[in-house]
Design a binder for this molecule. Structure first.
Ligand SMILES: C[S@@+](CC[C@H](N)C(=O)[O-])C[C@H]1O[C@@H](n2cnc3c(N)ncnc32)[C@H](O)[C@@H]1O
Length: 218
């Protein structure tokens, strides 16, 4: 508990954590390039980022892009945000919010690419509308992503993967869908950049296969 409170306090003081109570939380929409990053480089989001392994991992590989990890849990994003500060990576930020409100934080076309990493599977049918690949969410992602921008999705959960693939293939504004049900033996592996998330480590240690899908939204 104490650890959590310490993390919350550090997030409050951290310039790279945008969260409720900070001015930028209410004003950042459409302003990420000018106000926060102060460059015009592409913005890449990691949704349901947890500790932000893709946000920080890709950020270390691509200093010429901007990365924002988004999650509702402050004690988790604390880790990636602290690492980014300690390494002087000002092109990496974290936003603490419900993904449901994504369009309150990003303008149309403000985002160039979206990663969705190991979202909660929500297997119950009654929870289907809370799956982060439910059509309402896919439309929300589209509303901030530049036309032709990549959407990339990783999960260990076969049920969530098949559901998501089916929903995505129904959309007439999606093209170039490519996927694998076993990323580690797939030619698509190079797009994984050698980055494993916290949940990915845990699930693959138990023998789960990583499913990966990418497509363009128009
Ligand atoms: C299974 S964890 C995966 C974390 C990380 N991507 C990983 O692979 O280690 C799912 C994450 O999604 C976040 N989450 C779930 N629903 C969310 C929502 N609607 N808005 C923001 N974050 C959400 C949770 O807080 C949690 O950190």
């Amino acid at each position: 508990m104490k650890n959590k409170l310490t993390r919350f306090k550090e997030n409050e003081e951290a310039f790279n954590v945008i969260q409720p109570g900070k001015t930028l939380f209410d004003t950042i929409k459409g302003q990420w390039h000018n106000t926060f990053f102060q460059n015009n480089n592409d913005i890449v989001l990691e949704l349901a980022c947890g500790r932000g392994e893709y946000t920080t991992g890709l950020g270390a590989i691509y200093p010429d892009k901007n990365f924002i990890g988004i999650d509702i849990k402050g004690a988790r994003i604390w880790k990636g945000a602290k690492w980014a500060r300690e390494n002087g990576h000002t092109h990496i930020a974290f936003l603490r919010t419900q993904i449901d409100h994504l369009d309150r934080f990003f303008d149309k076309d403000e985002v160039s690419e979206i990663w969705l990493t190991f979202p909660d599977p929500r297997p119950k049918k009654s929870d289907m509308h809370r799956r982060l690949t439910y059509p309402r969410y896919l439309n929300l992602y589209r509303s901030v992503l530049k036309p032709g921008g990549w959407f990339r999705f990783k999960t260990d959960n076969a049920g969530l993967f098949e559901y998501s693939l089916e929903e995505i293939q129904k959309l007439n504004w999606v093209t170039e869908v490519e996927f694998t049900r076993d990323l580690y033996t797939s030619p698509l592996l190079e797009e994984h950049h050698g980055i494993k998330t916290h949940y990915e480590f845990e699930f693959t240690a138990q023998g789960a296969k990583v499913h990966y899908l990418k497509c363009r939204f128009h």
